[in-house]
Design a binder for this molecule. Sequence first.
Ligand SMILES: NC(=O)c1ccc[n+]([C@@H]2O[C@H](COP(=O)([O-])OP(=O)(O)OC[C@H]3O[C@@H](n4cnc5c(N)ncnc54)[C@H](O)[C@@H]3O)[C@@H](O)[C@H]2O)c1
Length: 325
Amino acid sequence: MSKANYLLIGYGYWGPNVARNINKSKISNLKAVVDLDKNSIKNAKNDNVSESYLDSIEKLNSEIMKEIDVIVVTTPPSSHFKIINKLSKYKKTFLIAKPLCTSAKEVEKIEKLVKKFNLDIFTDETFVYSNKVKAIKKIINSNSFGTLQYISSVRSNLGLIQKDQNVIWDLAPHDLSIVSFVTSLYPISGKAISTNSLSNIKSTDNISYVEFKYKNNLKLFLNVSWVSPEKIRYMVFCGSKQTLVYDDNKKFNSLTLYNQKISYKNNSYSYKSDRGTKIKYQANEPLFDEIDNLSFYIINKIRKPFTTFENSKKNILALANIKYI
Ligand SMILES: NC(=O)c1ccc[n+]([C@@H]2O[C@H](COP(=O)([O-])OP(=O)(O)OC[C@H]3O[C@@H](n4cnc5c(N)ncnc54)[C@H](O)[C@@H]3O)[C@@H](O)[C@H]2O)c1
């Protein structure tokens, strides 16, 4: 069976997860790891994840690159564009960690490279490959759910505070990619209340409340934070007939569907709800399916993954256009 050959750039926190899943897939092979940092390279060698190891992308050449099908970039966001720019000439498929890049200007420049070198670029928007998120898409598009009225989300944890971007750019790509996958919609506008909540420490904004507006009067109310003692990944999809709660932190039963109805009559409100039905799904490791699907696409040229540059760029532009109030 033929395999897709990968080059992985960046072996810090997220890179090892990507390496593990490339090696887990029967149709993927990790040829080389590149990292500027000696310790990261040492870790990669200790993990024995790849055939070769390099300490700079400057050391890549046509000889090495002719063996590569996919370049995965898991370095900090401020380096993503520079790496794409440097390696575009090899005309390989890219898989870039979220957020794809850090500004509208970079989106424009990447777009030019895509056209010039006829590139396929995908973004590692991992949640889109979760079977839980696939189940959400099915439910909210069913007749029994009614019309989607709003989505709310809380995505909080402790750290990691990024020096060159705020918490919205770090965490909101997850929510935006989930929403665009399940609704096929992209934000029209966004506004945020956002701050460094730590008066004693220098930091980019680490708590933010964002409202994204979509077509059909749909809104996403999003709270992201790097200063929460508890990890929270909690989304609510409210339909006119049913409401779906997605708590990704629960090991089992992450999805609960409620028959909830709020009515207003004779100057008073009434509430109807049930105890909720647990929705069944086949648990999966989203990052594995993401890599496996991409390798399948590389080998067979069919079933293009959803998280393309064309789709991701609309969410990046929404981040770039947020009004901070
Ligand atoms: N999908 C997810 O759930 C998820 C989770 C965590 C992080 N991420 C994303 O992954 C990316 C990396 O995050 P991280 O937490 O692993 O960062 P990190 O700082 O832990 O690791 C980055 C690694 O890249 C190396 N590096 C930096 N610049 C380089 C360059 N020019 N060439 C080669 N190596 C270079 C560093 O030495 C380091 O080892 C970010 O874009 C982040 O948003 C995604």
